[in-house]
Design a protein around this ligand. Structure first.
Ligand code: FES
Length: 140
C-alpha cells in the first residue's frame, strides 16, 4: 500500500467511531444528510442534544463514500460531543483534513463532514422552532 495516508485516516477507517443511526423523529436529534456532487458520495451525520444544557451529548454517522469521507465523519462525531451548537459550527473541514493529513485531492471529503455538521445543527434548530409553536398555523 502506498504511504499516501496518514495513520489517523487508517485508524478511523478501520475502526470508525460512532457508526449508526438515531431516530430522526426524536425531537432532540438533528440530522444532516449531504452529498458531494464531485463523486456522488453521501454522508449522514446525526447529533443528539441535551435539552437542559443545549450541548451535544451524542453523535453518529453513516457514510457511503471513500475512506477519507468515512474517516472525516468519524472524527467529526468525536469532535462534536460535549460541545454547544454554536461551537460545532466553527469546526472547519481544514482542521479535520489536517488532523487526518488528507492530501489536497481529498479535501472535498472532509468538506462533507463540515457540511453534515452544519446541516445537522440546522435540522435541530428547525425542530426546536417547531416545538416553540411557530408551526401552529401549518398544523391547522
Ligand atoms: Fe468523494 Fe471522498 S472521494 S467524499
Amino acid at each position: 500500500l502506498p504511504r499516501l495516508y496518514h495513520q489517523n485516516v487508517i485508524d478511523h477507517y478501520n475502526n470508525p467511531r460512532n457508526v449508526g443511526s438515531f431516530d430522526k423523529n426524536d425531537p432532540n436529534v438533528g440530522t444532516g444528510l449531504v452529498g458531494a456532487p464531485a463523486c456522488g458520495d453521501v454522508m449522514k451525520l446525526q447529533i443528539k442534544i441535551d435539552e437542559e444544557s443545549g450541548k451535544i451529548v451524542d453523535a453518529c454517522f453513516k457514510t457511503f463514500g471513500c475512506g477519507s469521507a468515512i474517516a472525516s465523519s468519524s472524527v467529526a462525531t468525536e469532535w462534536v460531543k460535549g460541545k454547544s451548537k454554536d461551537e460545532v459550527l466553527t469546526i472547519k473541514n481544514t482542521e479535520i483534513a489536517k488532523h487526518l493529513s488528507l492530501p489536497p485531492v481529498k479535501l472535498h471529503c472532509s468538506m462533507l463532514a463540515e457540511d453534515a455538521i452544519k446541516a445537522a445543527v440546522k435540522d435541530a434548530e428547525a425542530k426546536r422552532g417547531k416545538m416553540n409553536g411557530s408551526s401552529k398555523a401549518a398544523d391547522a
